[in-house]
Design a binder for this molecule. Sequence first.
Ligand code: SAH
Ligand code: SF4
Length: 390
Amino acid sequence: MLLHVEAVFYFFRHWESGESTIEKRGDDLKRDIKQILHSVMLENKLSKEEIIFLLSDGFSDKRELLTAADRVRKQFMGNAVHLRGIIEFSNYCERNCRYCGLRAANRQLKRYRIEEDEIISTASESVALGYRTVVLQSGEDSFYEADKIAFIVKRLKALPGLAVTLSCGERSAEEYRLWRKAGADRYLLKHETADPALYKQLHPDMTFDNRRRCLYRLREADFQVGSGCMVGLPGQTLEALADDLLLLKELDVEMAGIGPFIPHPRTPLGSAPAGTVEMTLKMLALARLLLPQAHLPATTALGTIDPSAHRKALQAGGNVVMPVITPQRYRNLYEIYPHSTTCQDDNPDYGRRCMGKVIASLGRTVAEGPGHSPKPPFGRMRVVRVKMEG
Ligand code: SAH
Ligand code: SF4
């Protein structure tokens, strides 16, 4: 592996020095890349330098990377695509993330909370449409004391065969434990960026350390943990993106949501450029190679910047889609970023059928079960190894 890294640096050195080595080294480099991809497919490991190289413009054979990820997805996760229906139950938020339209400082936004009975009836309709997971997502809204959420989770878990994912932001270890005890199966808390300085700039009232701490609390509470990052944030370097992937690997996440940053006009980052489809697809493909058994959604954000990209993501390692099933009258109010039109319509049945068509057109199927993580629980491998060595 070291040899490959050296070859990559050889390429950079000569490239930067202005020698026309690209042509001379073309075949060699191609072979090195092939070896790097071959080896990551076997070992699911990449060094930070290798990740940075694969994300850089110097690496032009993007297709090879995406194809490798598609093969690994097929081998480890099969052809089924999991549907997770998102219910955005409150757009109140006490935080001020500089990229997000729900930030507290956006006073032009009309706020809502969906009544408990309506949450349950929405979930119940989604079960009838074939959904086996609902994701309950909200801004950081302390109106929902831990007991309130626990109660909703219990009611949702009474619906037949329904897995429940929560995505309600940072909370204490006790609260996470209570929600897990109430029956919530999974928790989605994206780390957003693994660059602590950039994290601080983007989240004036939060810290990366606390984000990370919350992710470990979720691990301790025995959730299937989803995390992830945005791609193309203003000031984000390739090194930071490599750290994002390495953090997801360290956390050994069951799910990783990797989507482009999309500027929202009513935020301080409203005029910044959006993340690109190309970089997001590369990040997704690398996540698949590093975490072969993680669930990786083709994010709605990707569909927002390019409707065909959603499809491309399913061919670059993705195996999950997350249609919004929030009742129509709230949808325009949950505007974390300007909305995607991918498979969105007033009729909840439409989204389901539309996604089904996209999935079938790729020769894939819609998963029938709840789509729990197939990988060993966090830490299990390590414990086994320690025992064997002892
Ligand atoms: N409040 C919760 C969950 C809701 S926000 C939380 O923050 O965890 C869900 C996700 O939307 C965030 O994790 C973030 O990654 C994403 N998001 C917010 N604003 C965005 C933007 N402008 N572009 C892309 N993704 C964004
Ligand atoms: Fe609130 Fe989440 Fe948006 Fe941050 S990203 S402002 S916590 S909804």
